[in-house]
Design a protein around this ligand. Structure first.
Ligand code: PGA
Ligand code: ZN
Length: 422
């Protein structure tokens, strides 16, 4: 691997129009590469620290400080050095930052550098990025991840009109284009249903999900089933559902404030089990709150035969939290978001812990995204069972779907088998 010539960075805007970080890595042999990083809205409290400026511009969401950290400290410390492995570069960044949550340099600065280096390293080896990721993970490329695609939204990604954050469709076709074709039809019939039922063209949420004023949570599920049927598909056969309850967002003082109900954890679990038995849900994300450790094992016991118990804010792609969840038998699937932890190497530890325990892994975008499509390469290279990108509208989402189509064409691989057992 040639020496690093320079790291630099630029403040760019994400899909919410907020600043984020794009980093550039130049090698001494003339190879250069860039990567930009996403940002969440419904974040877990154990996430690595995303550094934002204190100045008023962009509502105090500026990233000039993070950019400066790349242009100055990080560049000064890395230039002229040689890193043969991704883990060497990432370890150097972790030490340079020196905090447990990257609050010094900022996880946004650190991840942009980690990712730009990955691209430069892949280019230097004349490898596509997904093959580079497969090599660092020691994975065999056997399948493509199955897309789980946002249909309806609520919670923090919409106006909070209903508390469930994402209702996703999981088409069962075995090619990416087949899945997208199905998702397109269902999305179109859902858009028409919204117009007929709610008398308006539904607003779309951060990830492009439709966000009409559902009367109830059951209404949201029923509208999804109807949309699948009117597109000519059979729910529970051609299309399943996945749900991101994002329940930490409405958990206060030990209770779940679910629309007009106030539920304790046992009642919340009964509610979730009822949805699982009524609707063809194969993946339930953050069904309980991130601090509600005591009840996750019970949730798992009650629904694991039908559905994945997926931890997002609960686990925060954090190896320590994942270890605890394995020990306490609290989940059986990891939602992996690299910027929750800050470097590729630490995210890889999280992935391997989950996979070695027989868990499924869903590799996920954030609600604030850029047009960069490294996520598709990562999900293939790390053999994610599912990928969660957002709806099939909005170019920051399509950049990743389109990249999956390219990888599909190049590799000829089929999509992973559907996660469920029943
Ligand atoms: P976020 O949402 O990027 O706003 O955290 C995505 C999710 O909760 O899965
Ligand atoms: Zn989530």
């Amino acid at each position: 691997m040639p020496k690093i010539k320079k790291f630099s960075a630029l403040e760019i805007l994400d899909s919410r129009g907020r600043p984020t970080v794009k980093a550039y890595c130049e090698l001494e042999n003339g190879i250069s590469a860039a990567a930009s990083v996403p940002s969440g809205a419904s974040t877990g409290s154990a996430e690595a620290h995303e550094l934002r400026d204190e100045e008023e511009r962009f509502n105090k969401m500026g990233c000039q400080k993070a950019v400066k950290h790349i242009n100055q400290e990080i560049n000064q410390s890395l230039r002229g050095r040689e890193f043969n492995y991704q883990s060497d570069l990432d370890q150097h960044l972790i030490q340079l930052d020196g905090t447990h949550n990257k609050s010094n340099l900022g996880a946004n600065a650190v991840l942009a550098v980690s990712m730009a280096f990955a691209r430069a390293n892949a280019a230097n080896n004349h490898q596509s990025l997904y093959r580079y990721f497969a090599i660092i993970a020691g994975s065999d490329l056997q399948y493509l991840p199955r897309p789980t695609i946002n249909l309806f939204s609520g919670g923090k990604h919409a106006g909070g009109q209903v508390q469930i954050q994402d209702l996703l469709m999981v088409p069962t076709q075995d090619s990416t284009m087949g899945v997208l074709e199905c998702a397109y039809s269902v999305y179109q019939s859902a858009a028409k249903l919204c117009l007929d039922r709610y008398g308006m063209r539904a607003l779309t949420a951060d990830e492009g999900g439709l966000a009409p004023p559902f009367n109830t949570i059951d209404g949201m599920f029923e509208n999804a089933i109807e949309s699948i049927e009117s597109a000519g598909y059979v729910p529970g056969k051609d299309v399943f559902l996945a749900v991101d309850v994002a329940s930490s967002q409405f958990y206060k003082n030990g209770k779940y404030h679910l629309n007009d109900q106030i539920l304790n954890s046992d009642e919340m679990i009964s509610n979730l089990s009822e949805w699982i038995s009524k609707y063809p849900i194969i993946s339930l994300e953050d069904g309980l709150a991130e601090e509600d450790w005591g009840h996750w094992p019970m949730l798992k016991q009650s629904i694991q035969e039908q559905c994945l118990i997926l931890g997002d804010d609960f686990l925060c792609t954090n190896p320590e939290r994942i270890k605890k969840a394995i020990e306490t038998d609290s989940a059986n699937a990891l939602l992996l978001k690299v910027n929750q932890i800050g470097t590729l190497t630490e995210a890889l530890d999280a992935l391997q812990l989950a996979k070695n325990s027989g868990w499924q892994v869903t590799i996920s975008a954030r609600s604030g995204e850029t047009e960069d499509h490294w996520l598709a390469d990562l999900a293939v290279g790390w053999q994610g069972d599912q990928i969660k990108i957002g709806s099939i509208t909005q170019s920051e989402r399509l950049a990743k779907y389109n990249r999956l189509l390219e990888i599909e064409q190049e590799t000829g691989l089929g999509i992973s088998k559907l996660a469920i057992k029943n």
